[in-house]
Design a protein around this ligand. Structure first.
Ligand code: NAD
Length: 173
């Protein structure tokens, strides 16, 4: 993950469920500023509670130190408003519910709200990245980033190209 550091600082994660809170946890652990977006404060609070418990587990195992925990949590901010959560970020990892209409709607909005140079990634397990990219005006900057569960434990991430994904951009990873 540290290979992202020279070019990316701010990451947004859409969805604070099983995968979203794990993805946010992992980016925050490695020093990125993370914005989590979900549909309600209650969902966001549930995600943060899970991250906090999983950080405690990492402290218990000696993976991080006790003072690391508040620093990692301080790297995370939460939003119910998509625009405010994504407008400053360099990379979005969408991990919302696996539903094609929902993801197409989210990517249309991401394309509107994100900086032109931002990269948009989906953690989808089954939906075509080409299809998702087609609703944006930046198909060359849309990728799949398929994390494994539980994210803070699993080191593998599959990076998936769509039909129009630029080789130059994907090479940045
Ligand atoms: N669970 C796994 O093992 C696993 C593994 C790899 C990939 N995936 C993929 O990751 C994605 C998320 O899966 P999950 O298991 O974390 O689901 P989940 O149901 O645990 O979490 C989904 C979250 O998305 C939120 N959400 C729904 N609509 C939203 C919107 N418009 N804006 C913001 N947030 C919204 C929900 O409130 C929920 O908190 C899916 O695409 C799934 O296919 C899951």
């Amino acid at each position: 993950m540290s290979i992202l550091a020279p070019i990316m600082k701010n990451i947004a994660v859409i969805g604070s469920g099983t995968m979203g809170n794990g993805i946010a946890h992992t980016f925050a652990q490695f020093g990125y500023s993370v914005h989590i977006i979900d549909t309600s404060e209650a969902n966001l609070q549930k995600g943060i509670t899970t991250i906090s418990k999983n950080l405690d587990r990492q402290v218990g195992k000696g993976i991080i130190s006790a003072p690391d925990k508040p620093n990692i949590l301080n790297n995370i901010t939460t939003h119910t408003d998509l625009k405010s959560g994504v407008e400053q970020v360099d990379l979005v990892v969408e991990a919302a519910t696996e539903n094609i209409d929902l993801k197409l709607k989210i990517f249309k909005e991401l394309d509107q709200f994100c900086k032109p140079q931002a990269i948009l990634a989906s953690n989808t397990s089954s939906i075509s990245i080409t299809k998702i990219a087609s609703v944006t005006k930046r198909a060359s900057q849309v990728i799949g980033m398929h994390f494994m569960n539980p994210v803070p434990v699993m080191k593998l991430v599959e990076v998936i190209k769509g039909y129009a994904t630029s080789d130059m951009r994907s090479a940045c990873f």
